[in-house]
Write a protein that binds this ligand. Sequence first.
Ligand SMILES: [Zn+2]
Length: 294
Amino acid sequence: MKRLTLQQEIEIAEGNIKGLLHFQAFHEDNEEVQMALLEWAKELKRLKGLAEVKTHKNGFEYTEKVTVRGRDRYLLNGEIVALQCIACKDAFELGGFSKNKKGVAGKYSQCKNCDRKQTSQWTKNNPERKQAQNKRNSKRWYNDNKAHKLATHHNWRAEQLSLKATLTSEMIEELSWSRQGRCFLTGRADVELDIDHALPLSRGGGSTLGNLILIDARLNQMKGQQTLIEFLERPEVQAIVDPAHVEETLRMLANYNSMRVQAYELHVEQVAEKADRERKKERQKLKKQLKVIK
Ligand SMILES: [Zn+2]
C-alpha cells in the first residue's frame, strides 16, 4: 500500500470533520458523534503541527520526516527534498547526492562527501591501480586528440582541392572502432593501419565518412592514386584480400553514400573519369600557354 502524505492525511481529517458536523446538524445530542468530532479535531491539530515548516540544522526546510527501512527522508508538502546518507548518517538536500536512476528520489544512498572520502581511500589503498587508471585516461585523451587531428588534416587537404570535407573526430573514432582495429580489406589485426580515401582526393573523392577506409599501410602504398574499385581488380591484390571483408567494406561505403553496392561502384568510376578528363584538359591548356610563351 502506498503511504499517504501529510497533506493527504490532513485532507482526510478535514473531510471527516466536515462529514461529522453535517451529521451532527441532524442528530444534535448524539454522544458518539461528539466524541468522534473531538478526536478528529485533536488529530487535525496534531497533523497541522506536523505540517509546520521546520528548518533542519543543515539548512533545508521540511514539513515531514519519514523513516523507511531505517533511513530518514525529509518531505516538503509531500515531495522528498532531503535524504539521510547511509554512510555518515547526516541528512542533506538532494543536491548533496550523486544521480542514480534506481535510488530513492533518483539519488545514491551515500552522500557526495562520503563518495569523495571513499574514492580517496581507494586511491590510497590501490596506488598502482590508480596509476593504471590515469594512464588509461591519458591514452584515451591522446586517441581522441589524434582523431581530431586526423579529421582536421583530411578536411584541410580536401578543402584545398574544393572537395567535400565533412569529417569529425567522432567519425574517425567510429571508423577506427568499426572493425576492431582490423584492415578493412584483409581483416588482419597485426598490421599498421592507414586511413585511405577509397576514391583518392586526386580523382575527385572528398574527405567524408563515406569515402574513408582503414587499410594495411602496405596496401595503401600499393593502391597509390587508384580508386578502390580499380585496386581490387588487380590480380595480386585479389590474392591478398579477404573476400568477406572486401564485401563488407563495399557495403559499408555504399551505405554511407545511400547507394546500393553496384551503384556505388559505378559512381566511383564516373567521378574518377570526370576528374581524369578535367585534369587532362587542364594539362593541355597549360601546354598551349607554354607554347605561346615560347
Ligand atoms: Zn555521507
